[in-house]
Design a protein around this ligand. Structure first.
Ligand SMILES: CC(C)(COP(=O)(O)OP(=O)(O)OC[C@H]1O[C@@H](n2cnc3c(N)ncnc32)[C@H](O)[C@@H]1OP(=O)(O)O)[C@@H](O)C(=O)NCCC(=O)NCCS
Length: 169
């Protein structure tokens, strides 16, 4: 049976290898996802321990997801999160593990009072959770991510209304 729980420091080492393996088979992969987690996302200004989750089956790690603080220049009061990375063990894919992790993390973020979630990902996958292009809300993404892959989801009604602003991934 699959269980979702917050990650703990004891998970960090196994997660490094887990994330590396998962992204080896990803359509887009920088090869630096594990470093990004450790060097950037788990740093004090970004990390939210209550919004980083592992999915386990018995003692085995089968999935991982993180939501971390994301700065939005021009909308200072918008409590935005970045969803990254999302990873499911290759032999456990297409069984709904990724969707359950996404839905669980979004629900927790909503309950913790955050306004919105941004990510760089395939709209064919993330559309099912309600994500759509951030430029549709006047949000410009400052990175090499194509506009059709720079996505956002409001967790509160009208949370994304506001002046043009820049999201820095
Ligand atoms: C993307 C990933 C997390 C999906 O996990 P999963 O547990 O297989 O997801 P689910 O079972 O909930 O959903 C599977 C569905 O998503 C689709 N899907 C999976 N990855 C996709 C992708 N990159 N683009 C578009 N659709 C995708 C599958 O075709 C499947 O569709 P179907 O149900 O209509 O057949 C997993 O494939 C993975 O870890 N990939 C490598 C890492 C990665 O690319 N992460 C995403 C970074 S944004």
């Amino acid at each position: 049976m699959m269980v979702i729980r917050p990650e703990t420091p004891a998970d960090y080492m196994p997660l490094r290898r887990f994330i590396q393996n998962a992204f080896e088979t990803a359509p887009f992969c920088s090869g630096a996802e594990a470093e990004f987690v450790e060097g950037t996302l788990r740093q004090k200004e970004r990390y939210i321990a209550s919004l980083a989750f592992v999915a386990t089956e018995g003692t085995e790690l089968i999935g991982h997801i993180m939501l971390t603080h994301l700065a939005v220049q021009g909308r200072k009061n918008l409590k935005m999160l970045l969803l990254a990375p999302l990873a499911v063990r290759a032999d456990k894919r297409r069984q709904g593990v990724g969707s359950r992790l996404v839905r669980y993390a979004l629900q927790q973020a909503k309950e913790q009072g955050f306004d919105a979630v941004a990510l760089a990902g395939n709209p064919a996958y993330y559309g099912r959770f309600g994500f759509s292009r951030m430029d549709g809300f006047g949000l410009h993404c400052q990175s090499a991510v194509p506009a059709s892959y720079a996505l956002v989801l409001a967790l509160k009604e009208n949370a994304l209304n506001g002046p043009c602003a820049t999201v820095i991934f």
